[in-house]
Design a protein around this ligand. Structure first.
Ligand code: SAH
Ligand code: MG
Length: 922
């Protein structure tokens, strides 16, 4: 992959590809992929179209792992590079095995001599720019090339050094001492100054060569301004933006040296690893850390440098943040910059670097960047559906994470459970089964119906493993859930790993026990030894935005359309930094259209809390605690202004937001599109019918949610005098209280239907707990609730309600799983043009991701019949949506229980519920 290698010393050498072939034969699988320049998507298949010459990247798949090369102009180079990476991983030294290959020491020397040749000076090797710049340096520095750049910008060099001494990987100074040694064998043509850590060609370049390279360079402006980031070693000091002023004929490394307080470029070390991050479709290829060479090797301790094989002596100024970013130890101040020479032009390439990079190493940071919402976004805690996900997908985030932490690419293995899909042979071909499906049944064993009427049977599970570069297994995640789509299984597993890592990064001192138990929850196992080895340099750099610090003011009329969990919410927001008394205000972050799914934790908590209180069209304003300075600076546009504001006391974040629109969860959308009146309305009408027939005066709605049933009942003239709702969601109860309250306060005159009502109460509590205040009601309703509980809880509720609450009539409704085929088919038809919608309806196993199960008619009837029998109730079945005599039955199935005998139990006073709202007519 080197362009224009040293012709004089061309020794026949076996290529990395050939070595791979010798070892693996046809088991080695190369896939070359086209990439547009300046885009480096972490995972294949996601290329974002953009202009630019085409480059190639190669993925090499070996039995144990895979590697992905950087991008190259030629396919061939990409393949060789991938092979080389694989060899590195395998620890196979491409030089040692083969006797026809030169001694690496000789190669190192000849490489060095080539670098100081005329040809090299004229070439477009990224390193040759440093040689040309060196010729422009003044005085005694003229022509001196810092050794550190040789080590970093010539991959051949570093791999040769590695083959001589593998320890160079962890000790950048070692590579420099190897070079000095190599240079000593070139005395006469190249002189090395150990003290100055530089090398120089002894005889000047011919003038015409120098002239031609000067001509090569385009005559730029006098100077260029480059934004970089300074990272002080003291964690107390903030990471700050900084502008470098590089004269067009100057050497940028000298300028960096000055900023680091050093005399010249030779004292600057350059990180060998690229510090990269990705925002959407953009990756910098030249982002590196620049820092000061440890004192021990700048002084006269020449022998120490040359002979030390252990790590450098610590001088007490470890730069934890820079070390964390680079993955190796860095001492003293550091500068993060994206500057360098490229294969493309003789001109200096540079990009502004913002503090963005700074939050790009932890999963939530990468996610925030992908959403362009550093302050507002958070890594969601759940992957519900593809359509509701915003920002980079979990799998891509995980790939990025692994790369940034110098780990191997994550390994996904898919398990296909149950047999194939008889109805769609096309799909079958696409399924990739890497581990034989051992006829897994679905998670709780309750979701996939008995079969005949259910079309889609194939479900997927996915496991993900994270390996270190040395192939040590670090993390393993085997989720219990299964999915209809393979991709969803992959995303779900990836997110679990990310969530767990994120927990760790936010609390690095977490005790092992806590880390293990938080892994258990996410089906994750990890190997502490390898885990801590890989992440020993990590540090918490990210905080989150605090909670609101004052009451929220909401403006505008209540449109009644409010989001709750599962809804997709779209807001516009601005976050400003304001000083006390609002004398100064600086915009930090804003978004014109920011969508998020409620209830998944995909935004900071105050945003979600505010959204639940708003209805569409309303605006809100509130203040939040300041997050860590780095986070503000990372988001800010004008960071120097922000910095000056931050120094004044009493700053806070002011947030203004407007709720633009909400989209209901798929379940509601489907039910509304397909049924007229909507299913929810039909359920209410069914309940009203029962109330009328039984002349009920008291009703309790178990799992009342936002009070849709209680609210609708008020529209009908009934015999009801007392209505009660119970739920375990405070948010929903708050909304229910608001809605019912406003309706009841409007209805003081006797003409309204609900005029007979004497009392209404909302309780907070679980319907699996008994509360004697709800004993012996005429009617209990429990509509679309049990499927939100775990199955054993649903059984428990059945027992508690019929033995303890003893309502005269109990109405329980729940989705009919067999009907989903129709709902999903219709969703497909109505959204033919929208491929995302298609995916969503297919990806959601149940109608709503919050459902823990959905029963077939058979399952529901068994539950209800058993229950009725045990507690001396009768039960009859019915439903709404569809018809009883047409397959596959009702969309929503209903069981109506009637108490057979009198309920003469002695009831002890038990108050398990908390009153959250209470109304009575007097
Ligand atoms: N019955 C309402 C809401 C259905 S959504 C309607 O038809 O519109 C399901 C509701 O059940 C949610 O509000 C949820 O908070 C509630 N729920 C789930 N488990 C519960 C429990 N153990 N106790 C009380 N409510 C519960
Ligand atoms: Mg439901």
């Amino acid at each position: 992959m080197e362009m224009g290698g040293p012709p004089a010393v061309a020794v026949k050498k076996i290529s990395p590809k050939a070595i791979i072939y010798q070892r693996f034969g046809s088991q080695a699988c190369y896939t070359v992929e086209e990439v547009q320049e300046s885009i480096q998507n972490e995972c294949p298949g996601l290329a974002i179209p953009q202009k630019g010459p085409c480059l190639y990247r190669c993925c090499l798949q070996l039995p144990e792992f895979s590697v992905v090369s950087e991008t190259f102009k030629r396919k061939k180079d990409a393949e060789q590079s991938a092979a080389e990476m694989a060899l590195l991983k395998l620890g196979i030294n491409d030089a040692t095995d083969d006797t026809t290959v030169q001694d690496p020491w000789d190669e190192l020397v000849s490489r060095l001599s080539y670098l100081f040749s005329n040809e090299f000076l004229k070439s477009l090797h990224p390193l040759s720019g440093h040689f040309r710049a060196a010729l422009q340096r003044e005085g005694r520095l003229n022509g001196l090339v810092p050794i550190s750049v040789l080590a970093v910008y010539d991959t051949k060099f570093s791999s040769l050094c590695k083959s001589i001494n593998p320890k160079v990987e962890s000790n950048p100074l070692l590579i420099m001492s190897l070079m000095l040694k190599a240079a000593s064998r070139l005395s006469g043509s190249v002189s090395a100054s150990e003290e100055q850590l530089s090398m120089k060609r002894e005889n000047p370049y011919p003038p015409e060569i120098v002239q031609s390279v000067v001509d090569q360079q385009s005559s730029l402006l006098d100077s260029i301004l480059i934004k970089v980031v300074r990272i002080p070693y003291s964690v107390e000091k903030t990471v700050e933006p900084l502008t470098l002023n590089v004269a067009s004929n100057g050497y940028y490394l000298d300028i960096i040296a000055q900023e680091l307080g050093l005399t010249d470029a030779s004292k600057v070390l350059v990180s060998r690893t690229l510090i990269f991050y990705r925002t959407i479709g953009k990756a910098s290829s030249e982002k590196r850390l620049y820092f000061c060479a440890p004192e021990s090797c700048l002084g006269d301790s020449s022998s120490e440098l040359l002979h030390s094989t252990e790590s450098v002596p610590l001088n007490g100024s470890l730069n934890a943040r820079a070390s964390y970013l680079s993955g190796h130890l860095i001492y003293g101040h550091a500068i993060l910059a994206s500057i360098g020479y490229t294969w493309k032009s003789a001109d200096l390439f540079y990009e502004d670097v913002s503090l963005h990079t700074y939050c790009s190493k932890i999963p939530s940071g990468v996610y925030k960047l992908s959403r362009e919402a550093i302050l507002a976004a958070e890594l969601p805690g759940a992957f519900t559906t593809r359509t509701n996900w915003r920002g980079s997908f979990p799998r891509d985030l995980l790939c990025t994470f692994c790369r940034q932490h110098h780990l191997s690419e994550p390994v996904f293995s898919n398990v296909n459970s149950l047999e194939s899909l008889p109805e769609s042979p096309g799909l079958q071909k696409k399924l990739k089964v890497t581990e034989s499906g051992n006829a897994e049944t679905n998670g709780g064993g309750n979701a996939v119906g008995d079969g005949k009427s259910v079309a889609a049977k194939g479900t997927f599970k996915c496991e993900v493993k994270i390996f270190s570069k040395c192939q040590d297994l670090i993390i393993e995640c085997s989720p219990k859930e299964s999915f209809k789509k393979q991709n969803d299984a992959i995303q779900n597993a990836s997110l679990k790993v990310l969530s767990w890592l994120n927990k760790y990064f936010k609390k690095l001192d977490m005790p092992l026990e806590e880390l293990t138990s938080s892994g258990d929850v996410l089906d994750i196992q990890f190997h502490p030894q390898f885990f801590f080895k890989e992440f020993s340099l990590c540090m918490s750099v990210n905080g989150t935005v605090g909670d609101t610090v004052c009451p929220i003011t909401i403006e505008g009329p209540d449109s009644g359309v409010s989001p709750s969990n599962g809804y997709l919410v779209c807001i516009i927001y601005t976050i400003c930094l304001v000083t006390e008394g609002e004398y100064m205000k600086e915009l930090i972050e804003s978004n014109e259209e920011f969508e998020f799914e409620m209830g998944t934790g995909s935004v900071i908590s105050s945003f979600e809390a505010v959204a639940t209180q708003m209805s569409v069209g309303q605006s809100a304003r509130f203040y939040m605690d300041l997050p860590p300075q780095e986070l503000i600076l990372a988001s800010a546009r004008d960071s120097s202004r922000v910095l000056s504001l931050l120094t004044s006391r009493g700053c806070s974040l002011e947030c203004s937001t407007t709720l633009l629109r909400v989209t209901e969860p798929l379940e509601d959308r489907m039910e509304q599109a397909l049924f007229s009146p909507p299913l929810s309305k039909q359920r209410v009408e069914y309940a009203v019918q029962q109330i009328k027939e039984s002349c009920a005066t008291s009703l309790v709605d178990f799992g009342c949610g936002s009070g849709s049933l209680l609210d609708s009942l008020l529209e009908y003239p009934t015999s009801l005098e007392k209505i009660v709702g119970v739920d375990i969601s405070r948010k929903s109860l708050t909304r229910a209280a608001k809605i019912i309250h406003s309706k009841l306060s409007r209805s003081s005159d006797a003409t309204v239907p609900s005029a007979g009502l004497k009392s209404a109460v909302l309780y907070y509590g679980s319907i699996t707990d008994f509360d004697s205040r709800l004993y012996g009601f005429d009617i209990g309703t429990c509509l679309e609730v049990i499927e939100h509980m775990e199955e054993d809880q649903a059984h428990l509720f059945g027992d508690v309600v019929l033995t303890s609450f003893c309502p005269r009539i109990l109405i329980v409704s729940t989705p009919n799983y067999e009907y989903n085929v129709i709902l999903q088919r219709s969703a497909l038809q109505s959204q033919e043009d929208d491929p995302d919608e298609k995916t969503q309806s297919q990806s959601c196993k149940f109608r709503n991701h919050d459902h823990k199960f959905e029963w077939t008619r058979e399952q529901f009837s068994q539950w209800a019949s058993n229950l009725a029998m045990r507690h001396n109730y009768s039960v009859e079945f019915s439903g709404v949506g569809g018809a009883v005599d047409r397959e596959p039955g009702f969309a929503s199935q209903i069981a109506l229980f009637r108490r057979e005998g009198e309920c003469l139990r002695n009831v002890d006073v038990t108050h398990n519920y908390e009153i959250v709202w209470d109304w009575n007519s007097t």
